[in-house]
Structures are given as structure tokens and as C-alpha cells.
Write a protein that binds this ligand. Structure first.
Ligand code: HPA
Length: 270
């Protein structure tokens, strides 16, 4: 893996005039933020050595490097999910590359099912913490000390400073912002009512199929992390209805402008 990271980093350094300090992973239906990036260079994943190619509907895959407001950012439009069949090393490879490039802050977004009884469809939820229920750990196996420590600390996986900044931004812009614990599961099934109830009991406020592996690897590499979920459906007893991928994307699309504003302001404030 070290050799692959090195090769990919060398390729990107040869393509990019300047390496940003901020990385962004744009999740389901959140492509709009990418449209706000100016002076950009776009690199489709299939042109980047060692990058997996994303397969799922609605996730176009490219790396976008440019300016968000006055800040240089490197954004991943489309991520790799464990349920697609990628190994955990593949899912998190781009985060390794970002870290090796010198990026120090990682912002992520995703779509999630809400389990907190006060949540409504279309809410934004700041991720305060996560519960990792993926069946495989991205750091399983021989540890390379050059990438990070064997036993990484996870006491503040999601930067408190960045969360406080985001809350202030939300308040100033009258954006309703929930905060909670994200449960990361492998999918691709949405949850049964009993599973939503179980995830609620163990301390979850929302559940989704991404983000956790990327944040684990980012923390291993020492990056500051910040993540927001769009609540696209509810796993709350009495409110559980059929969920489809299309609906998830539709709701995420509707909320895009708020998410974009929040992320943009946050990047400006870094
Ligand atoms: N469960 C898991 N992942 C999701 C959900 C959900 O209810 N909604 C959007 N992504």
C-alpha cells in the first residue's frame, strides 16, 4: 500500500499546481458544492493511478481541486462504499492519499436515516461521534508507523473546534442543525424496524453506510475531521416507511443549498 500511495501522490503532485490543506468528501446528492469550486482541475478517478472506480448510481467519480471561496480545496465527488465490494483498504485509499499530500483537515457529508425522535426528514445533523459497526476494520493488519500509530485515539474523532464553528455558522444563517451520533453499517439494505430500534438503544441518532471507515483512517493519519449527515428518512417507531435510494437522493438534493452554505462558510473560517 505504501508504494501505491507514493505513486498516486507523485501523480497528483505532477498534475496539481498547489496542494490544498482541506479535503472534502461529497456524499450522496451533494454534488452541488462541487459546482461552487472555481479555478478547478478535475481528474476522473479512472485517470488516477491506483484509485478504485465508483460504481453506484448517483455517485460520479472525480477529484476536483480548486477554490471554494478564497480557500484551496481538494474534493472527492463520489466515494467508495464497502457494500460495493471494495476492501476497506480501497474504501479508504483516497484518505491515505490526501494525508500523504499534506492535507490536514477532512470534511465529509453523507445521507443517513434518522433515529432520534426529534429529527425530521431534511434535517442536517452534525456528527459528534460515531459507532463503528462495519464487519471489517480499515486498520486491521500490519500497521505501518509511517502512516500512523498502532492504536489510534478516538476520543475526539470529530473535531470539537470545527463542530463549534459550524454551530455558530448555522446559528448566524438560521440553519437548523441537529447534532448526534452516527452509526456506520455495511448496508446495502436499509434497516429493519428492529435494527433501527437497536441502533437507537446503543446510542445512535442516525445510521448510514459510509464515513466511519474514512474518519478512522483520517484520524490514524492525524487529520482533523468534520462531518454532516442529511437525514433523508426516519427510523423512528411509527414513522418508518419504505425507503428507496431515489428518495434518499431527492431529499439530499433538496437540502443541498443549506449544506453547501454551511460547508463553504466553514472552509472560509478554517
Ligand atoms: N439507513 C442506512 N443508510 C442510509 C439510510 C438509512 O436509513 N438513509 C440514507 N442512508
Amino acid at each position: 500500500m505504501l508504494a501505491k500511495i507514493k505513486q498516486t501522490v507523485a501523480f497528483l503532485e505532477s498534475k496539481l499546481p498547489e496542494i490544498p490543506a482541506v479535503g472534502i468528501i461529497l456524499g450522496t446528492g451533494l454534488g452541488d458544492l462541487a459546482n461552487q469550486i472555481t479555478d478547478k482541475i478535475e481528474l476522473p478517478y479512472e485517470t488516477i493511478p491506483n484509485f478504485p472506480v465508483s460504481t453506484v448510481e448517483g455517485h460520479s467519480g472525480k477529484l476536483i481541486v480548486g477554490k471554494l471561496g478564497q480557500r484551496k480545496v481538494l474534493a472527492m465527488q463520489g466515494r467508495f462504499h464497502f457494500y460495493e465490494g471494495y476492501s476497506m483498504q480501497e474504501v479508504t485509499f483516497p484518505v491515505r492519499v490526501m494525508a500523504a499530500l499534506g492535507i490536514n483537515t477532512l470534511l465529509l457529508s453523507n445521507a443517513a436515516g434518522g433515529m432520534h425522535p426529534d429529527f425530521e426528514i431534511g434535517d442536517l445533523m452534525l456528527i459528534r461521534d460515531h459507532i463503528n459497526l462495519f464487519p471489517e476494520h480499515p486498520l486491521r493488519g500490519k500497521n505501518s508507523e509511517s502512516l500512523g500509530t498502532r492504536f489510534p485515539d478516538m476520543s475526539e474523532a470529530y473535531s470539537k473546534t470545527l463542530r463549534e464553528k459550524a454551530k455558530k455558522i448555522a446559528q448566524d444563517n438560521h440553519i437548523k442543525l441537529q447534532e448526534g451520533v452516527y452509526v456506520g453499517t455495511q448496508g446495502p439494505t436499509f434497516e429493519t424496524p428492529a435494527e433501527y430500534a437497536y441502533f437507537r438503544i446503543i446510542g445512535g441518532d442516525a445510521v448510514g453506510m459510509s464515513t466511519v471507515p474514512e474518519v478512522i483512517v483520517a484520524r490514524h493519519a492525524g487529520l482533523h475531521c468534520f462531518a454532516i449527515s442529511i437525514i433523508t428518512d426516519l427510523g423512528v417507531l411509527g414513522k418508518i416507511v419504505e425507503v428507496t435510494h431515489e428518495e434518499v437522493q431527492q431529499i439530499a438534493n433538496n437540502v443541498q443549498p443549506l449544506m453547501t452554505l454551511l460547508m463553504k462558510e466553514l472552509v472560509a473560517d478554517l
